[in-house]
Design a protein around this ligand. Structure first.
Ligand code: HEM
Length: 341
C-alpha cells in the first residue's frame, strides 16, 4: 500500500514537471481549435469545444445573435473580416477576440448612402443643382411660407416697378380754389395775425420800434475791401505797421496818432499798439466805429461789440509796439508812418 502511494506520488511529480499546471487550462482548447480556420468561415468550433469553464464564459448567448439580425437592413452593411490571429499556432496563448468565436459575426457598419436604386446615379460627376432637387428650399417654395417667383415685367421702365403707384385723387378731398377777388381779402373767420393793439408806453408817445436781429444794417464796404482782401493784404508782406521796428509807445504818442490831420491811427488793445490806419476801410462795422478807438485804448469798445474777434490775428502785421510809461517811450519819426500811406 505504501509502495503504491509512493509510486503514484512520483508519477504525479513527473507529470507536473513536464506539464506544469499553467498549461492545464488550455489543453482542451488547443486540442479543439482547427488548423485551418480560413477555409471554414462558418463558426462551428463551439460545437466541438468542450464545456470548459474558461471557454464557455466567453461564448455569446444565442439571443444576442437574434438581436443583431433585428437591426434595420437599410442602414447596415455587414462585412466579414477574417481574424489573422486564427492562423497562429494553437500552442500560443490565445487572444481574447479569438476566444469569442461568436465575434466572427460580421461587425455592422453604418453608411450614409441610400439603399435605393439612385445610388448609382449619385456617382455622376456633374455638379448638383442649387438648391438641390430634394432640398427643403425647393419643397418650401410650393408652400405658403414662400411666395411664387417674381414675375418681372420687362416692358415697364424700372422706375415704375420700384415706385408705388400715385395716390388716387378723391374729389371730396379737394378744396375749392380761391377766386382772384377772394384771395386778396383778409379772411373773415379765424385768428388773424398781428391784430393785437399796438403797444403803448402809457404816455401817449408812439411805441418804440421792435428790435430784430437784423435791424442794424450791414456796412457796405467799398470794392476791394472785403475780409478776403484784407487777408490777402496781410500775406502780401507789405509793411502795414508803418514802423521799421517795434517800439515802446507812450500814452502821449498814442494820443498823437489819432488818425486826424493826416496822422496815422493807432489804437492799443491790451497793452499792444496797432496801426489801424490800413484796416479802417476793411472794418466790417464801418470806418466810423473803428475810428472811435483811434488814439486811445480800444479794448473796452472792442470787447463790448465783438469779443469773439481775434484782433491779434487780424492786425498782426499792424503791430507797432507795446505801451510803456510816459518816460520810457521812444519817439518814432513821423516820416516812417507817411511811408506806409
Ligand atoms: C481794430 C480792431 C478791430 C477789429 C480788428 C475789428 C474787426 C471787426 C470784425 C471782424 C467785424 C465783423 C464781425 C462779425 O461779422 O462777426 C467787426 C464788426 C464790427 N465792429 Fe469791429 N473791429 C475792431 C474794432 C472795433 C471798434 C473799436 C469798434 C467800435 C466800438 C468796432 C465796432 C464794430 C461794429 C459795430 C461791428 C458790426 C457788428 C455787426 O455787424 O454785428 N470795431 N469788427
Amino acid at each position: 500500500m505504501l509502495v503504491g502511494v509512493s509510486v503514484l506520488a512520483i508519477s504525479l511529480s513527473v507529470l507536473v514537471y513536464y506539464y506544469p499546471p499553467t498549461s492545464w487550462a488550455f489543453w482542451p482548447l488547443t486540442m479543439a481549435v482547427p488548423r485551418d480556420v480560413s477555409a471554414n468561415k462558418s463558426p462551428t468550433r463551439n460545437q466541438s469545444e468542450p464545456k470548459d469553464k474558461t471557454v464557455s464564459a466567453e461564448a455569446e448567448p444565442d439571443d444576442h445573435k437574434d438581436k443583431d439580425h433585428s437591426l434595420p437592413k437599410a442602414t447596415i452593411t455587414q462585412t466579414v473580416t477574417p481574424d489573422p490571429d486564427i492562423e497562429l499556432s494553437p500552442q500560443t496563448t490565445p487572444k481574447a477576440n479569438t476566444l469569442g468565436i461568436e465575434s466572427q459575426q460580421p461587425v455592422p457598419t453604418f453608411s450614409l448612402e441610400s439603399q435605393d436604386s439612385s445610388d448609382e446615379e449619385d456617382e455622376d460627376e456633374t455638379p448638383p443643382s442649387f438648391p438641390a432637387a430634394n432640398s427643403a428650399q425647393r419643397t418650401s417654395a410650393n408652400s405658403s411660407l414662400m411666395g411664387p417667383p417674381l414675375a418681372i415685367n420687362r416692358t415697364q421702365p424700372p422706375a415704375s416697378r420700384l415706385m408705388a403707384p400715385p395716390p388716387r385723387i378723391i374729389p371730396s378731398n379737394l378744396r375749392e380754389l380761391p377766386t382772384s377777388t377772394n384771395s386778396l381779402r383778409i379772411p373773415s373767420t379765424g385768428p388773424l395775425p398781428n391784430r393785437s393793439p399796438p403797444r403803448s408806453n402809457g404816455l401817449g408817445l408812439p411805441p418804440a420800434p421792435i428790435k430784430t436781429p437784423n435791424a442794424r444794417g450791414k456796412v457796405l464796404l467799398s470794392p476791394g475791401h472785403s475780409p478776403l482782401d484784407w487777408a490777402s493784404l496781410l500775406k502780401s508782406g507789405k509793411n502795414l505797421s508803418g514802423v521799421s521796428s517795434l517800439m515802446r509807445v507812450t500814452p502821449s504818442q498814442l494820443k498823437h496818432n489819432s488818425g486826424r490831420k493826416g496822422r496815422a491811427a493807432w489804437s492799443s488793445y491790451q497793452g499792444k499798439v496797432y496801426n489801424i490806419t490800413p484796416y479802417i476801410p476793411f472794418h466790417p462795422g464801418g470806418e466810423g466805429e473803428i475810428r472811435r478807438a483811434a488814439g486811445k485804448d480800444g479794448s473796452k469798445l472792442f470787447m463790448e461789440v465783438h469779443p469773439w474777434v481775434n484782433w491779434e490775428n487780424m492786425l498782426g502785421e499792424c503791430l507797432v509796439g507795446i505801451m510803456v510809461a510816459e518816460n520810457d517811450g521812444l519817439i518814432v519819426a513821423e516820416g516812417s508812418l507817411e511811408d506806409m500811406d
